[in-house]
Design a protein around this ligand. Structure first.
Ligand code: PLP
Length: 394
């Protein structure tokens, strides 16, 4: 049976070239970067050249603005908690974010609310895009930070980051963006786009899991999240994940170098898939059709349960998701689909497919053949579908 991995927004396969670059640091160059002898120095210079490479790739002014972390979740936690705790004594106790952020942001906001911080959750409207004017209207004298994701992980919609950054700059408010899904897939430049802090993680662009970074603009001073040794300029303790860091930088370089070509190829493939699947009766595309990541498709099929669809797809060799990997297993409909105004029963029948360099036109052919068959089959035994058809007839 054909195998199609179409869940690249959950994680990606490690690129062989990335593994090759990491290998020495998993084997012979095992020294601690903080040690003074040669094998430690070698590890340290690998960490520092990776830092410099990442800084250049995202348009940072200095490698000192890149801090390595354990991934996207830690970077998001650090950005929000670090800034809020640092600015609290100046009377800043307000956060602005959006309703459809990743849980690494939303749950951190909930935790900060329990500590007494106030959070404004901005609407993302039907197309899944934040309006910059709403950000401006929400800013007040107590606003510590604005955190708006670059691209949504479920519906792939891309946000007006530069405009939001401009507004934050004008009002002297720190602007953080969770760029985990966007990194390597859209052009990002922290200087040109007025970004003060940015989260990224390696495993979303064919790098290793458990290694990411937080960009912190010079002059922005979040409190430390992980206390201990003096690593990362005493801002984030813990012996460096040397192989992971080398893998992160290598993967990012590869992703950015192939971005243009991949974007063109995936956009074409995805649009063909969208057009094909929209022929299914009572189906809909979630999120703006054009302002979305090239590799993202998110659709609803009325009258069926997303979970059953995913299980059936798995039996046919297709790995898909109902949205966020972190929430599947829970029966609540996706907060992202609810945020764009879908009613509960429709949000339940959703499917996210996300593609990468590894996917081919043959994958699309196979999905185009398989999904309509499964949707048909599930609808035949769905009481909900029966009800929909009955209402149609009346
Ligand atoms: C995957 C993801 C994260 C979490 O990153 P980890 O490295 O898995 O902790 C955060 N935000 C978004 C938008 C993501 O897609």
């Amino acid at each position: 049976m054909r195998k199609v991995y179409a869940d690249n927004a959950a994680t990606t396969a490690l690129d062989k070239r990335v593994l090759d670059a990491m290998m020495p640091y998993l084997t012979t160059v095992y020294g601690n970067p903080s040690s003074l002898y040669k094998i430690g120095n070698e590890a340290q210079s690998a960490v520092e050249s990776s830092r410099a490479k990442i800084a250049e790739l995202i348009g940072a002014k200095s490698p000192n603005e890149i801090y390595f972390t354990s991934g996207g979740s830690e970077s998001d936690n650090w950005a929000l908690k670090g800034v809020c705790h640092a600015l609290k004594s100046q009377g800043k106790n307000h956060i602005i974010t959006s309703k459809f952020e990743h849980h690494a942001i939303l749950h951190t906001c909930k935790a900060l609310e329990k500590e007494g911080f106030e959070v404004t959750y901005l609407d993302v409207y039907e197309n899944g895009i934040v309006h910059p004017i709403d950000v401006e209207n929400a800013i007040n004298d107590t606003t510590a930070i604005v955190s708006i994701m670059y691209a949504n992980n479920e519906i792939g919609t891309i946000q007006p980051i530069k405009e939001i950054g401009e507004i934050c700059r004008k009002h002297k408010v720190i602007f953080h963006t969770d760029a985990v899904q966007a990194m390597g897939n859209v052009p990002i430049n922290v200087e040109e786009q007025n970004i003060d802090m940015l989260s990224l993680t390696g495993h979303k662009f064919h790098g290793p899991k458990g290694c990411g970074a937080l960009y912190i603009r010079r002059g922005v001073r979040p409190q430390t999240l992980i206390e201990g040794g003096a690593q990362e300029r005493s801002k984030r303790a813990g012996t460096e994940n040397v192989a992971g860091i080398v893998g992160l930088a290598t993967a990012l370089e590869l992703a950015i170098n192939s971005m243009e070509e991949r974007t063109q190829r995936l956009t074409k493939m995805r649009n063909r898939l969208i057009d094909g699947l929209l022929k299914i009766e009572r189906s809909r595309l979630n999120g703006d059709r054009d302002k979305r990541l090239a590799g993202n498709l998110n659709m609803c099929f009325e009258g069926i349960e997303g979970e059953s669809l995913l299980l059936m797809l798995d039996l046919k060799g297709i790995s898909a998701s109902s949205g966020s990997a972190c929430t599947s297993g829970s029966l609540d409909p996706s907060h992202v689909l609810l945020s764009i105004g879908l009613p509960h029963e429709i949000a339940h029948g959703s499917m996210r497919l996300s593609f990468s360099d590894d996917n081919t036109e043959e994958d699309i052919d196979y999905i185009l053949k398989t999904v309509p068959e499964i949707v048909d089959y599930l609808r035949q035994m769905s009481p909900l579908w029966e009800k929909i058809k009955k209402e149609e007839r009346n």
